[in-house]
Structures are given as structure tokens and as C-alpha cells.
Design a protein around this ligand. Structure first.
Ligand SMILES: Nc1nc2c(ncn2[C@@H]2O[C@H](COP(=O)(O)OP(=O)(O)OP(=O)(O)O)[C@@H](O)[C@H]2O)c(=O)[nH]1
Ligand SMILES: [Mg+2]
Length: 300
């Protein structure tokens, strides 16, 4: 009999949620950077193991929003926890508990959602007593189905989490084809791969004001008879002064981002890629509802 289970991964920015969903489904479907607020939408990751289908939902980091995009991001997290079997609440074990942790976990408890607490980045704890301290702090907030200290980076503890989730699987159909790993359309995945590279190479406010849209996409054959995917993408930034930084001296940054993104596109889609990148400015787009919608970030 087929079984399925839905689990949303939530928590504050930068705790490692996207790294976790990638590790759980075994493919890189969600972008990861060292900057907070990388993920902007709900991302579904699917793993089918025998009769059981696991559906994980990665979400934006919960934060105090200062613009309209931030409000959409926080709404996406609230939407993601409706109709699910469990929340995997992820915290960075090295960081103190915050007000956001407390209120979010209290809300889940009030709504009767089972919570598995995951304390990530144990590899950074030279002093292991920090882990016990954090467990104690979190246990004062609410009851958990389980508390799992783990390190996604060292792939240490994810098997325990998988066993916990499997226990929650209930008889029912598989909602996705068994070979599917994500619900993201091809163009959205491509745009995210490019955005990740630009975010990784830029600093301060610039990475947060980047949006990427795939402009054209087609396939052709090279003169040598090889299939090639032609992708052209527009990188939007928020201010004129940011544009030069994104392009870099003599175009160096854009060239680097393009070559890293092309490598990743080629390995994911298993086809040669010809990638063209353009940079444009849309002033203060994070406060512009119609641009947020155009960029596919309104989470509807
Ligand atoms: N040392 C260490 N770093 C980790 C671990 N897991 C994730 N990271 C790093 O933490 C940073 C944030 O990881 P993400 O997976 O993007 O975090 P996130 O929670 O999805 O962040 P947002 O999308 O911004 O909410 C990246 O630099 C990761 O490489 C871990 O187990 N140990
Ligand atoms: Mg993320």
C-alpha cells in the first residue's frame, strides 16, 4: 500500500533549511548562500523510497519584514504549514533563541501541529555543552515530537530525522510522480541557480536586492551536432549604483557568475548550455507589488 507524508521545514534565516531539503531529497533543488533570507518562496522537494513518498517544503527564513517582499516571504511560511503532517523547525545551535523562535513555536503548539526540533550546525560546536544548553532553552517553549541535534554539512543525524518523518507517513496516494524531485518549473530553477551565484559573489544590500528572470529559452544543435540549451536571463538590481557592482570591473563579476551558473545548469539539466546575462535596474522593486508578482515572488 502506498503511503505519503508532508513536512515543512521552517525556522529563522540562515539556519540551514535549504541545505537540509537538498540533503533529504539527494539533489540540489534549493539555493544556498551564507547570506540570510536567501529563500524567497515555498519550494517542494520530493523523495520516493519504495512505497513511501516524502514531500518536504522548504520555506523562507522567518524574520521581521521591512518591505513588501518580506511580508510575502513570511506569508509563504504560514501557508506552508497548513495541511501538513509535521513541522521540522530548524535552528542554528550556535545562536541564542530569539523572540521569533518563541512565538513561532507557540503558534504551532496552539494549532496542534507536531514539531520536530532540529538543532543544526553541531559541527561548529567545539564545546558540546552548548548543544545541551540549547536543548534546555527550547524545551522551555513547548513539547516536541523529537529533538535532533545534527549537522547537515557533515551529513550527521539526517537519518534519524528521516526515520522520525517516516513514522508519520499515512496510507494514501503519491501526490507526485515517483521520479520527480521538485515542483519548481524549469525556468524558476534556472533563475534560482543564477541568483544564487550572484548572491554568493556580492555583499551588503546588493544580494538582497537581486531578482532573476529567464527571458528566453530554446534548444538548438551546435555545428558539431551537439544539443545545446540557449538561456538568456535578466538580473535585476535595486539601484543604479548596484548595477556596476553586479557587472564588476571589466565585467568580471558577471562573467564569473555566468560561468558558475552555466556549470550548474549543465550538470542539473545534463545538456550543454549557452548562457547570456543582462543586468537591469528596477528601483526599490522589493516594495512594488506588481514587480514582486512579475518576478514570481508573490507566493500565490
Ligand atoms: N557549519 C555548518 N554550516 C551549515 C550547515 N548547514 C548549512 N550551513 C551553512 O549555513 C548557511 C545557510 O544555509 P541555508 O541552507 O541557505 O540556510 P536557510 O535556512 O535555507 O537560509 P534562508 O533561506 O536564508 O532562510 C550556508 O552558508 C550553509 O552552507 C551545517 O550543518 N554546518
Ligand atoms: Mg533557504
Amino acid at each position: 500500500m502506498t503511503r505519503s507524508v508532508f513536512a515543512a521545514i521552517t525556522g529563522r534565516p540562515n539556519s540551514g533549511k535549504s541545505s537540509l531539503i537538498n540533503a533529504l531529497v539527494g539533489e540540489k533543488i534549493a539555493m544556498v548562500t551564507d547570506k540570510p533570507q536567501t529563500t524567497r518562496t515555498k519550494i517542494t522537494g520530493v523523495l520516493t523510497r519504495g512505497e513511501t513518498q516524502f514531500v518536504f517544503i522548504d520555506t523562507p527564513g522567518i524574520h521581521k519584514s521591512h518591505n513588501k517582499l518580506g511580508k510575502h516571504m513570511n506569508k509563504a511560511v504560514r501557508d506552508a504549514v497548513a495541511d501538513i503532517d509535521a513541522v521540522i523547525y530548524m535552528a542554528d545551535v550556535t545562536r541564542k533563541i530569539s523572540e521569533i523562535d518563541v512565538t513561532t513555536l507557540q503558534n504551532y503548539t496552539a494549532a496542534g501541529v507536531p514539531v520536530i526540533l532540529v538543532l543544526n550546525k553541531t559541527d561548529l560546536c567545539t564545546d558540546k555543552s552548548v548543544i545541551a544548553e540549547r536543548i534546555q532553552e527550547f524545551s522551555e517553549i513547548c513539547e516536541y515530537r523529537d529533538v535532533i541535534p545534527l549537522s547537515v554539512k557533515q551529513n550527521d543525524g539526517t537519518d534519524i530525522l528521516m526515520n522520525d518523518i517516516e513514522e508519520l507517513a499515512a496510507p494514501g496516494p503519491h501526490y507526485f510522480p515517483d521520479d520527480k524531485v521538485t515542483d519548481q518549473p524549469e525556468k524558476a530553477l534556472m533563475a534560482e541557480m543564477i541568483r544564487e551565484k550572484v548572491m554568493q559573489l556580492t555583499y551588503d544590500e546588493i544580494p538582497h536586492g537581486i531578482a532573476v528572470v529567464i527571458d528566453t529559452l530554446d534548444e538548438s544543435t551546435t555545428r558539431a551536432g551537439e544539443d545545446i540549451m540557449n538561456v538568456s536571463a535578466i538580473i535585476y538590481c535595486e539601484q543604479q549604483s548596484h548595477k556596476g557592482m553586479v557587472i564588476g570591473k571589466g565585467g568580471a563579476l558577471l562573467k564569473k557568475a555566468g560561468s558558475l551558473a552555466r556549470e550548474e545548469l549543465e550538470s542539473f539539466f545534463r545538456i550543454k548550455v549557452n548562457l547570456k546575462l543582462w543586468v537591469k535596474v528596477k528601483e526599490d522593486w522589493r516594495n512594488n507589488e506588481s514587480l514582486i508578482k512579475n518576478f514570481g515572488l508573490d507566493n500565490n
